[in-house]
Design a protein around this ligand. Structure first.
Ligand SMILES: [Zn+2]
Length: 293
């Protein structure tokens, strides 16, 4: 089933206009519209597959490819970068809060759960996809529950993380209320999402790989994410760049645009994107937001 988003998920306004028509390059090849709220400029995918209907849009070798295969130079590089970014994430968490309880929402195959457990955190996860959840439990040995809205009733966590997950959640309001309820006093919430205000987003337009329709339902920038969080009494305390994303997203975007990856352009635009962000309000390709109550 397809559903329309009638009012802006950030400010509630019913007035919005077509922003871009994008294609799903990884799975279906179908076109989806991104609409922009005329009040707050928040961008969201609409119409969109309903929660019951979106499953097939996640069924692709390309989408899951990031799990295992290690052939090829690009894949080797990708895995090296992934190890480095995983270490960076754990280092960030260690700096933000004394070791305690951590919940990773949308934990995927559990690599971050394992890294946090190894670093001394009492770690739990949430993962909606059954096969991926089993893999996460095997990888990490952690408890991983299926449904965020029903998960860990009565529990509180010192750190909650969502690494490129918030933009996928159909029940955005319910999810944020639930997440707020799971935060302990003095807890830190860490949310990483792509930034539709980045250089690479502006450069690649409808080919920008991080629009990733219809899996990405929302297309945040620092302003709209801050506004959304403020509705739940949550404040952005700090932002951290995710500099590798500028290269990776540029690489995918060149492929979506012409059918062929342009490595030279990808490296050039990755560098340009990060340099531009440093001069323009830290509008990096993807951003990790550090959030407090
Ligand atoms: Zn709005």
């Amino acid at each position: 089933m397809v559903e329309n988003v009638t009012s802006c998920p950030v400010c509630g306004s019913g007035e919005h206009k077509l922003f871009l028509s994008c294609r799903d390059y990884t799975v279906s090849g179908e076109a989806f519209n991104i609409r922009e709220c005329t009040q707050c400029e928040f961008k969201f995918t609409s119409p969109r597959p309903s929660q019951d209907a979106i499953g097939p849009y996640y069924q692709s070798e390309a989408y899951i490819s990031h799990s295992d295969s290690t052939a090829g130079v690009i894949n080797k590089l990708y895995h090296a970068v992934r190890r480095k970014t995983l270490a960076d994430k754990v280092n960030l968490i260690n700096q933000l809060h004394p070791k305690g309880t951590l919940l990773d929402i949308g934990c995927g195959t559990g690599n971050f759960l394992k890294a946090c457990t190894d670093a001394g955190w009492l770690t739990k996860g949430v993962e909606a996809d059954p096969a991926t959840r089993q893999k996460a439990i095997q990888t990490s040995g952690c408890e991983v529950q299926a449904d965020l809205l029903q998960a860990y009733k009565g529990k509180k966590f010192d750190v909650i993380t969502l690494w490129h997950v918030l933009e996928h959640l159909h029940q955005l309001e319910e999810s944020l209320l639930k997440i707020k309820g799971l935060l302990a006093k003095e807890a830190v919430l860490v949310i990483a999402v792509p930034n539709s205000g980045s250089f690479d987003a502006r450069y690649y337009q409808q080919y920008w790989a991080a629009y990733d329709v219809p899996r990405h339902l929302y297309h945040f920038n620092p302003d709209t994410l801050s506004k959304l969080l403020a509705k739940y009494g949550l404040k952005v305390a700090d932002t951290k760049p995710m500099k590798f994303d500028a290269f990776y997203i540029s690489m995918l975007s060149t492929k979506y645009r012409s059918g062929k990856t342009n490595y030279v352009e990808s490296v050039k635009n990755g560098l340009l994107s990060n340099a531009w962000a440093a001069r323009n309000g830290n509008n990096y390709s993807s951003i990790t937001y550090v959030i407090s109550l």
